[in-house]
Design a protein around this ligand. Structure first.
Ligand code: ADP
Ligand code: MG
Length: 240
């Protein structure tokens, strides 16, 4: 579904991604871990071209999306993204947040988009919040709404950048639970997180990124129980 070929990103002279060659297949749940500043967010943001790669190629569903002719609207629709800080529009209601993009991109008319929004809200038990504003919601509710807002576009893959890092501890569970349901439904997911329990339980593959390179990757059991790279061993000893 996604392939990066020698993906490099630098800001000025600072090399952040130093040649990443990875393939993510349909249905995979890839969890990315690594120290702060190692390039995790930059990697995710390159995948949907929120950052322009400095070098290399990214292929998505058989197309080279680093080609300047790429249809950005289509790409962003097919790759849902969820951020640490929710990024809901504060001046729009919950329902309007969910329906804005599908209506704007002409995927649905207002009636169909409203219906879909209410179905998604129902699914997460927040139908009663359809007409509320983001400031009236808890962090966990905001993040779950950000997730279904992305789902409203029927994406083929979901990218998550530390979706629970800004939440109070008691709200982390409800967000991880929704992500787990998506995983069980077969969604292709790339998740940057510090939630090692989620990585163990949900990931099909865990990657360790350090100094802009994928230094090690494996299925979760071997990854956590038999790490090889000394920097990964050190990292795990601090977070587990
Ligand atoms: P992580 O998500 O792993 O913490 P990031 O991908 O956010 O790391 O950042 C990696 C490095 O790139 C950091 O040193 C950060 O300061 C730098 N960086 C990220 N975005 C920019 C930017 N827009 N301009 C300059 N430097 C950046
Ligand atoms: Mg980050």
């Amino acid at each position: 579904m996604i392939e990066t070929k020698n993906l490099k990103k630098q800001f000025g002279t600072h090399v952040v991604l130093n040649g990443i060659n990875q393939t993510i297949r349909k249905g995979e749940k890839v969890v990315i871990i690594g120290p702060s500043g190692s390039g995790k967010s930059t990697f995710l943001r390159c995948l949907n071209l929120l950052e322009t790669p400095s070098e290399g190629e990214i292929w998505f569903e058989g197309e080279n999306i680093t080609d300047p002719k790429t249809n950005m609207n289509l790409l962003r629709r097919k790759m849902g993204m969820v951020f640490q800080q929710f990024n809901l529009f504060p001046h729009l209601t919950v329902k309007e947040n969910i329906t804005l993009a599908p209506i704007k991109l002409g995927l649905m008319d207002k009636t169909a988009a409203d219906k879909r929004a209410l179905e998604l809200l129902e699914r997460i038990g927040l139908s009663s919040k359809a007409n509320a504003y983001p400031r009236q919601l808890s962090g966990g509710q905001k993040q779950r709404i950000a997730i279904i807002r992305a789902l409203a576009m029927n994406p083929d893959v979901m990218l998550f950048d530390e979706p629970t890092s800004a939440l109070d501890p008691e709200m982390v569970g409800e967000v991880l639970e929704l992500m787990k349901e998506l995983a069980e439904d077969g969604m292709t997911m790339v998740v940057v997180t510090h939630e090692m329990g989620f990585a163990r339980e949900v990931a099909t593959r865990v990657m360790f990124i350090d100094e802009g390179e994928i230094k090690e990757q494996n299925e979760p059991k071997a990854f956590f129980e038999a790490p090889q790279n000394p920097r990964l061993k050190d990292f795990l000893s601090k977070v587990l």
